[in-house]
Design a protein around this ligand. Sequence first.
Ligand code: DQA
Length: 183
Amino acid sequence: MTHAATSKGDRPDDQPGGGLLVLLHGVNLGLLGERPAAHYGTVTLRDLETLVSAEAEEHGWRCICHQTDDEGGFVRLIHQYRARAGAMLVNPGAWTHYSYAIHDALELVQAPIGEVHLSDVTTRESWRRVSVISDVVSLTVSGEGPEGYRRAARALIASVGCSDGRGEGPDESQSERSGGSGR
Ligand code: DQA
């Protein structure tokens, strides 16, 4: 799934000074809204994308969102945006707890990375308490639900400032939802 959200236009030039926030969701997160509400509430992936996009736009940034259930695809998305993102916000889902491939891909990202989880992974099963990506992210927000996404996006953008966000590149000029998990 791809959701490139822009409110003022499709081209990067439309928002001089703003940056590109890349929001990446991993395995099973396309089915938010159906997953156990006790952990994840009733929010949908689309709701989260809208919320984070709105937060980015409030700061003059653009946001592009992807979700995939394919680990290799997630790694390729990280590669694709490693030099173009001004900041990256990731919820790799269960991959968080064991994917060294995602760890190594995130290591290549030139922008600050935020790790976000809807549920509080520190109080759930012991295997969820391990994050193999924690040493390559600059902030982690866990257990704050959708509000945690907003807070993480705001903190990442603040950490970069408003004039350093990357984003130049031919395939930024899009505003659509497509592919991926078939929503
Ligand atoms: C999650 C927590 C993970 O342990 C789990 O596998 C998910 C979602 C969260 O957002 O709380 O799929 O990342």
